[in-house]
Design a protein around this ligand. Sequence first.
Ligand SMILES: C[S@@+](CC[C@H](N)C(=O)[O-])C[C@H]1O[C@@H](n2cnc3c(N)ncnc32)[C@H](O)[C@@H]1O
Length: 273
Amino acid sequence: MAEGPVAGSPPWVPQEVDLTRPNAARVYDYYLGGAHNFDVDREFARRAKKLLPDVATVALMNRQFLQRVVRELSHAGVRQFLDLGSGIPTVGNVHEIARAINPDARIAYVDNDAVAVAHSRLLLEDDDRADIVPADIRFPDTVLDHPITQQLLDFREPVAVIMCSILHFVSDDEDPVGIVHGYRDALCSGSYLAVSHATTDGRPDLAAFGEVYRQTANPVTVRGYHDVATFFDGFELIEPGLVFTSQWRPENPAGVGDDPGASGAYAGVGRKP
Ligand SMILES: C[S@@+](CC[C@H](N)C(=O)[O-])C[C@H]1O[C@@H](n2cnc3c(N)ncnc32)[C@H](O)[C@@H]1O
């Protein structure tokens, strides 16, 4: 990981950052209006926007789902979160939302992008109940056994595992279901799994959008309802089940509109019995 920032750059720019290829973490940051991205990411985002003009809205709907999940589970008494593929910190991070409800909440963020890791470290350096695990989420044992995870989370108590907008970066060859089960098997009863996942169901134009991600460091595999539902094997989906992101316990149900499939992603939360 980063030994230090690139000379003359802000401290969140790590030495090993790859400026030759757009990267999902930085492109997503750009969609959400963040400032931790580079020309190569912005240029890619502009091309992606031509294929999916409302991509920023799609990204925001995903982020808002994640935030509603953290709020709802915190109210249900969950005090520990494992946020896999957590991204570049932005407004309304998991620890901020969880602690507004349970001030003692503990959060392990996990990402393998250099900028996401460096910026998360900076943000969390004085926080002894939240930290970033620099790891690849495709290796559950590495993540779960990491000293930071072990120090922050007690798996004898309920943990909410968050996999928002991350599993579509795992190809079928990489056994995404097996990866999810690797985390599931470490959880005690009363723990939760939250997933959001890109889909072309209700949004056929997402297929071309997924194609352009082949040029990035993070190719995308979009999946249908059945495949996303399979991630919840061994969990009981809580209300309202697996739905489009905008339909999952919306704060303003009237605002969902008559085309919820426009959110381009499925979303659900399961409880381990
Ligand atoms: C679209 S962002 C989602 C951020 C956040 N989960 C959200 O929903 O707002 C996807 C993140 O997953 C990270 N990522 C992709 N593949 C990963 C992997 N194999 N291991 C760890 N992080 C990964 C990217 O670096 C990026 O930060």
